[in-house]
Write a protein that binds this ligand. Sequence first.
Ligand code: 26V
Length: 815
Amino acid sequence: MISRQNTMTPFTTESLEKALTEKLMLNFSKTPDEATDQEMMRACAMVIRDVMSLRLVGTRKRTRQEHRKQVHYLSMEFLMGRSLMKNAYNLEVLPQLREALSHLGFKAADIFEMEPDAALGNGGLGRLAACYLDSMATLEIPAAGYSICYELGLFRQKIIEGEQVELPDHWKDLGSAWLVPKPEEAQEVRFGGTVREFWDNGHLHTVNENATTVLAVPCDMVIAGYGTEHTNILRLWEPHSTKPMDMSLFSRGEYLKAAEEEAMADSIAKVLYPDDSHMEGKSLRLKQQYFFVSATVQSITMKHLATYGTLKNFHEKNVIQINDTHPALVIPELMRILIDDAGMNWEEAWEITTHAVAYTNHTVLAEALERWPQILMERRLPRIWQIILEISNRWQRRVEEYYHDPAKTHHMAIVWNGEVRMANLCVAGSMAVNGVSGLHSEILRKDLFRDSCGMEPWKFQNVTNGIDHRRWLSEINPGLDSLIRDLTGGSEYLHDPLVLKKLDDFAGDKAVLERLAEIKRENKERFVKHAKWSRDLALNPDSIFDVQAKRLHEYKRQLLNVLHIISLYQRLRDDPNAVVHPQTFLFGAKAAPGYVVAKRIIHLINSLADQISHDPCCKDKLQVVFLENYRVSLAEVLMPASEVSQQISTAGKEASGTGNMKFMINGALTVGTLDGANVEMHDVLGDENMFLFGLHADEVVAMKREGYIPQRIYNENERLRRAMDALRAGFRDGVSYDDLYQRLLFGSGGSPADDYLLLADFQSYCDAEKRMVEAYQDKELWNRMSLHNIARSGIFAADRAVGEYADNIWHVPHK
Ligand code: 26V
């Protein structure tokens, strides 16, 4: 353990006012009176950034002087969201900033609202990376994140006539205030060309000739820890063309090459791939991966060489954590540098690589596992392909010698049938492989990687995901934060989230439970206002806020939620005078633009919302709302206002989930299956503090094995049948959802009938929802359950998760 550094508050309200005024003058030639909200937002970013930059110098110096081991976290995605409030919070100047802004005639909330989300990610995997950056800095681990500086972030979603329309997200126009370009640290990345080998002085040399070169320029985003001066960076690589612009002087060959390089540089970081569901062998995505991986490994090895003069101890001073297989090319790229540039032999290079790289798996869905066509690798990355093939051959020999079983050789193969299987490459080339929840890690050991685990069991670990509890509780839910401080005697929980457990002691304290209910009520009202202001939605704060917010994917089963709502609606139609507790079902979800079924489900939710809102029998009883453009900044107002959290994936499919944790820490109760981290939530909460339903993971497997026939359930369950029949008939907008009906009953597009077992879990789900509504009638019971949820959410803090990575995988000290 390292002792905590003393931090000095970098600003008083007065000094902050002065700094902001100066920034406005120097950068925009404006006084505070003349400046727009936008200019003020940028001035704030610059002032805060200056403090963090200064601290970065100190951190870097200490890391170098003390020869500390460094963590390099590689991810194609970092879903950062907004940074201004977060950074001010971490520097502990948020109150001063609010006050200074108010003195200068601005409203802090309006200024924060000006900042665009940096949406450089799709969903859970990208947001996890962002939360971990915060914890790594807070735990004083010398670390850096690496990714691509995409020109366009994840698309903006508009709903037009019920359907999703994707619009470009030009986040950099205003979001670049946080980026510091470092042209002097640029790296060259080579694509294509041919590999030539030659002997010199008894050594075999390999050179990549006639390659297309792209310059990678780092743009660094400074990451401040909370309550520490320790500061890290997120390094986003930006592609540039290497050739000078004077084309007229070039011979024809060079001219064409220059044009090609320019085109490549222009395209490579244009856009984040908005698909997190289906692997596609797109050449541009492979280029993106190699671009940021190669630039990163070159930059890390170069710095290591500058400090130590050798790469022989690289693995002792560096660890490279890869976020899913997307950065898997680090393995052959590091091998290339060690062999081709540093002159090592294969065995030595392999020893170093396999002691430097660690791999986290984030999905077991076959269609999302990366497999690249061999031909693409051969053409685009000829030297890397040679190295992958050699890794594959050596690995295969080891497997054959160990198992003598062709089935296992096949299962564990890296290059097979004209494809490169990236997950197997990662397992072979890493020192550690981890899943992201207990159940998921067990599935990796027993199923996806069973044979690798049989051969190298020591590699396989679990690190259950965690969330940045400072952002997802303290920063966004000030009411709850202050209750926690009152009950736990201070702000200790910010550094030690397990302190939240103390809240359990107040389970019998009516005043506390009532205060908790008031806080939720205020947050609901805040959300109602926000929805009115931003979308002109009219929500009823007296209703239960029942929320499913996550990417749209069939395995997450938004459609199961919809079927249940349809059935509630049908009951109201049958008996318009029924006394029911008013419920508002809120959905937030983006669908991958090419995922047709997911987009149909979004359309369905909107059709149903429209139907219900036009039916007088639902007034003040039932409402369905689709929240357009769900993103980090919307989640920040939604989570504190939520009462019910829908975590209803088919058991065995959701690796962990992290939204589940954000709802829990804000006091929402979960309706969920025993999947992903829900299992561990249930371990700490018990049956009495959540609403479990549905098949367990092993039962799902057994049911599929025995031949699952959804039609039987349809025929036997009248409630289900009526809800499903409504899909065929459609609603008042006249759109039929017969395609979804057919898909559930008979299968479609090559996928089997009801692949995600919605029908099998339908009744059990309805029962759980009923129990939930009953519990809601008993205010005291509900508030007590809510309190227990908050109290026991501490283990789902990212600080705990990052601490486990540091102890068990990275072997680096931390606070
Ligand atoms: C997958 C793919 C597959 C095809 C190529 C493009 C692409 C891009 C992103 C992804 C991400 C899929 C994996 C993922 O997001 N997993 C989620 O990771 C969360 C953090 O560990 C976890 O909580 C979720 O359960 C898991 O679905």
